[in-house]
Design a protein around this ligand. Structure first.
Ligand SMILES: Nc1ncnc2c1ncn2[C@@H]1O[C@H](COP(=O)(O)OP(=O)(O)OP(=O)(O)O)[C@@H](O)[C@H]1O
Length: 653
């Protein structure tokens, strides 16, 4: 058990075994046919009979897990297939009775894949929400609790409200985690068969349990002891997790550990030092006083930089210092060089709020550590808050690997197969499209400057708006959404702006984005979760046109945004815009910027190899980020090994 927890090779092997099973087309066809046949026998079954059906399956599931150690594998496999089929039949019938619809084959296919502890890659709009019902139901049958995990609280609430009646028809209870609630409220929610919530809420409750029950160390002793002391715990032992948008939760967010902290909101004792550092940093010059590594966002002072920083010798012994004086200055330089307002953070309610680079979502509950947050507050002339004190922390990789089983779904797993397999033991299975796509992908539009790009985007939007087609413009930063908004306003176009700064109801704005002549400008958060449906006229006119304002560092993020249009066989189109001043080009492929700037505007679209070069820049960026996550994982494993050894030694004394 422990060997497989730490060992990437054994995780990858586990993924390989699952992959062999779920890749078999025969297996999929047999499962679907059997489930459909059996669901006919359940058609129009009264609710109490469906509940009895569930109770029979519960007995079977418990018996199966009891016998798991004793029975030969083949007999066990056939018993579990039988359980799969009967559970799928019940789910088909409950969805039929609740919504009056039949599950599509692709949804059953995805459901079987997820129930087999793998990742189902299902294109946007193919019905992932209902695909998650079968695995959640199946895993709940042992009575040990299932966590359905979403990237944010809004999606958790939406899905729990939508699916509660499907599950209650089957005699299965659901609940939602409440943020900032008293632990007793969430303790109750964890007693439900299925508990919905955002990833961090499950992680923080896990950490709260660690604090209240022990020293929070990784020792096996503590973990076993925690399993025994169930009455004091908020959570039950981590059993099964089904994760929506699994690449976002397990991969994109993996670099930010879950840190339970205290002490926020108070005034910092070293506030004055941050303010002085900010003034000093403004006077220092790049390459003279300091050098930077832009890709890592690191700053190093030069000899001349050190001398300038310590010119006033009293700063070196200032009584309020909580770190060496020059570190205050390098923090302020990092903010000056790498962190941009309305891109990396926003200022709201006189506070710095961090923005998620890949979605544009604003985090209310996160702060940068090590004094960086305070440096940003000083730069923005805001009240400087005390650094939070970390009470307990865990990397997301480690937390999710504590579950006995994890699985999930996403539209964008491609490119992450290796990481899913080696870190989490998860195989990825693409689910075929239900209806072939009709999306028209237009060639990229390339400009030399940002200003030219905003004008080109406004021009194309204007033309399509005149024709009556809806346009969704997806930007990667809040500041970009403002630039697009300015360009549209100059042309007198009316649009909805969704960039997290306004309090608009995200979901209702996005839902309207498919209506005739609608123009919606949104940060990438529009890419996840909400359905955009077309009205009759916009469908006849060619559907939603999606504009991507710049290639993201991750191809997956672009695919997610493009996938907002032309869903489920609907008409639609998309175009990506690029400029020599884009982040991807400026930071990671400056040679492309030089090439573009030297070229005549009329030649920009025909520069050979540029697409290939951009793809390379994207893959490099992807590799860099994967490397960073791997380094974190290694560090985490080393710390854990050290702690285990220490505990072992003190135990044997
Ligand atoms: N079997 C079905 N029959 C009819 N309509 C369905 C079926 N399954 C899903 N739908 C509808 O299709 C739409 C898309 O479903 P859903 O939001 O689950 O897709 P998705 O794959 O999660 O999309 P996204 O990637 O945007 O989150 C919803 O309006 C949903 O009600």
């Amino acid at each position: 058990m422990i060997a497989s927890f730490w060992n990437p090779t054994s995780r990858a092997k586990q993924a390989e075994v699952t992959a062999r099973r779920i890749r078999s087309e025969d297996w999929v066809r047999q499962q679907i046919t059997a489930a459909r046949q059996r669901s006919l026998a359940l058609k129009n079954t009264p609710v109490d009979a469906l509940v009895s059906h569930t109770n029979r399956l519960r007995l079977a599931a418990r018996e199966l897990s009891r016998q798991a150690q004793q029975q030969p594998a083949a007999r066990q496999a056939s018993a579990s297939e039988e359980l799969f089929t009967s559970a799928a039949a019940a789910v088909i019938e409950s969805i039929r009775q609740t919504f009056g619809i039949e599950l599509f084959d692709v949804q059953l296919h995805a459901g079987f894949v997820i129930a087999s502890d793998a990742v189902a890659e299902m294109q946007t709009g193919e019905g992932k929400t209902l695909s998650g019902v079968l695995p959640a139901y199946l895993k709940s049958l042992t009575g040990r609790g299932v966590h359905v995990i979403t990237p944010n609280a809004y999606l958790a609430q939406r899905d729990q409200e939508k699916l509660d009646s499907v599950f209650s028809r089957l005699g299965v209870t659901t609940a939602i985690l409440k943020e900032q609630a008293d632990p007793s409220v969430n303790r109750q929610a964890y007693q439900a068969d299925i508990t919905y919530g955002p990833a961090h809420a499950f992680g923080f409750d896990y950490l709260r349990d660690q604090i209240s029950l022990g020293d929070g160390s990784y020792s096996l002793y503590n973990r076993i002891r925690n399993r025994l002391h169930t009455s004091e715990r908020i959570q039950r032992p981590l059993h099964a997790a089904i994760i929506d948008e699994i690449d976002n939760v397990l991969i994109d967010d993996a670099v930010s550990p879950l840190i339970l902290s205290s002490g926020s909101g108070q005034q910092a004792t070293d506030a004055e030092l941050h303010r002085i550092a900010c003034v000093v940093a403004k006077r220092l010059e790049l390459d003279c006083h300091y050098v930077v590594d832009a890709s890592q966002r690191v700053v190093h002072l030069t000899e001349s930089g050190f001398q300038t920083v310590y010119k006033n010798r009293e700063m070196a012994v200032h009584p309020q210092l909580v770190r060496p004086w020059h570190e205050y200055v390098t923090l302020a330089i990092r903010i000056k060089e790498f962190y941009r307002r309305d891109v990396d953070y926003v200022v709201s309610d006189r506070r710095i709020k961090i923005v998620d680079a890949s979605t544009g979502r604003i985090f209310d509950d996160r702060t940068w550590s090590g004094g960086l947050h305070q440096a940003a507050e000083a730069t923005e002339r805001l009240p400087i808050t005390a650094e939070t004190r970390s009470l307990a922390r865990i990397t997301r990789q480690r937390f999710f690997r504590y579950y006995e089983s994890i699985a999930g779904m996403t539209g964008t797993a491609r490119g992450c197969e290796h990481e899913f397999a080696s870190v989490y033991g998860l195989a990825v299975q693409p689910i075929p499209l239900r209806i072939a796509t009709r999306r028209v992908m237009h060639p990229d539009c390339i400009t030399r400057t940002m200003a030219e790009k905003w004008q080109a985007i406004a021009e194309e939007t204007h033309q399509l708006h005149e024709l009556g087609r809806p346009v969704l413009i997806g930007t990667s930063a809040i500041s970009e959404s403002m630039s697009v908004a300015d360009a549209l306003e100059q042309r007198g176009l009316t649009f909805a702006l969704l960039n997290g700064v306004q309090d608009a109801d995200e979901a209702s704005v996005i839902r309207e984005a498919g209506k005739t002549r609608a123009i919606t400008v949104a940060t990438n958060l529009a890419g996840r979760g909400t359905d955009i449906s077309l009205d009759r006229i916009s469908r006849e006119l060619g559907g939603l046109h999606v504009i991507v304002t710049q290639r993201s560092g991750l191809a997956r993020v672009d695919r997610q945004l493009i996938g907002r249009g032309a869903r489920c066989g609907d008409p639609g189109s998309a175009r990506i815009y690029l400029s020599a001043e884009d982040d991807l080009i400026r930071l990671h492929a400056p040679w492309i910027a030089r090439l573009l700037v030297r070229s005549k505007p009329s030649d920009l679209h025909s520069i050979p190899k540029i697409q290939r070069q951009l793809k390379t820049a994207q893959s490099n960026q992807q590799r860099r980020e994967a490397g960073l996550r791997l380094r974190l994982l290694k560090q985490d494993n080393e710390t854990a090994t050290l702690l285990r050894r220490q505990t072992h030694r003190s135990g044997s004394c």
